[in-house]
Design a protein around this ligand. Structure first.
Ligand code: B16
Ligand code: MG
Length: 217
């Protein structure tokens, strides 16, 4: 049976993906090039340092480790400026309702985010006491598409991967869930999230019963 739901943060619970994009775009612009929204799909769910490497390769730049650290820090400062203005109004539509269904169904929950800023964001939106386990960028050594962030969540909840459903908006995150041996619900477009077991536009259009019926027959 399904015992736990594991949630990504950015793009599933809150739309911080847009703030990451704005901050990375500002950085790329200062370095003399631009990044498109389509290109940004490659950065979703990918760690800060890996994202920077992908952006620099896109701009044809090779920089020292020291300079890269500076740039990553600068991006994070811009990102934190945007995040500091967040409130519970930034929780994505359908999330509160979905979580009350999750609780009624008696399922456990974990957060699986590679963001080092996840605890701060949860606090800003008033969701720091909602999850049974929180795995974030400070607790893992490998970002998505490595499954570590989700396998650690399952381990902390003491459930097996086959008893978990992952909710993800990113290509790298869907891959992480699948590599971890879990069921994956992709939130977004089926043309982009091709590896997901089920795709819906957002949590607003899904019910817990529908998800359970799909994966436990
Ligand atoms: P930070 P998720 C990921 O969060 C974001 O999708 C990704 O764009 C970001 O680079 C990464 O967190 C690291 O975030 O710079 O705050 O540590 O989707 O796994 O919740
Ligand atoms: Mg995400």
């Amino acid at each position: 049976p399904i015992k736990a739901f594991l949630f990504d943060l950015d793009g599933v619970i809150v739309d911080t993906a847009i703030y990451h994009y704005q901050a990375w775009r500002r950085l790329a612009n200062e370095l003399g090039f631009d990044i498109s929204e389509e290109f940004n799909e490659r950065l979703k769910g990918v760690s800060r340092t890996d994202s920077l490497d992908i952006i620099l390769a896109h701009g044809g730049l090779t920089l020292s480790e020291a300079r890269k650290t500076e740039l990553a820090t600068q991006k994070n400062e811009w990102y934190l400026e945007l995040v500091s203005r967040m409130t519970s109004d930034d929780i994505l539509p359908g999330v509160p309702n979905f979580f009350s269904q999750v609780r009624k169904a008696g399922l456990q929950t974990a957060l699986g985010s590679v963001s080092k800023n996840a605890p701060l964001i949860l606090e800003r939106i008033g969701m720091n006491n909602v999850f049974d386990a929180i795995i974030d960028g400070n607790k893992i050594s490998k970002g998505k598409p490595d499954p570590e962030v989700f396998t650690k969540g399952a381990a902390e909840l003491e459930v097996s991967p086959a008893e978990c459903v992952v909710f993800e908006d990113a290509v790298a995150g869907v891959e992480a869930g699948k590599r971890g041996g879990m069921y994956v619900v992709g939130l977004g477009s089926p043309d982009v999230l091709t590896q997901a077991d089920l795709v819906a536009p957002s949590l607003e259009t899904l019910t817990v019963d529908e998800v359970l019926a799909r994966f436990q027959g």
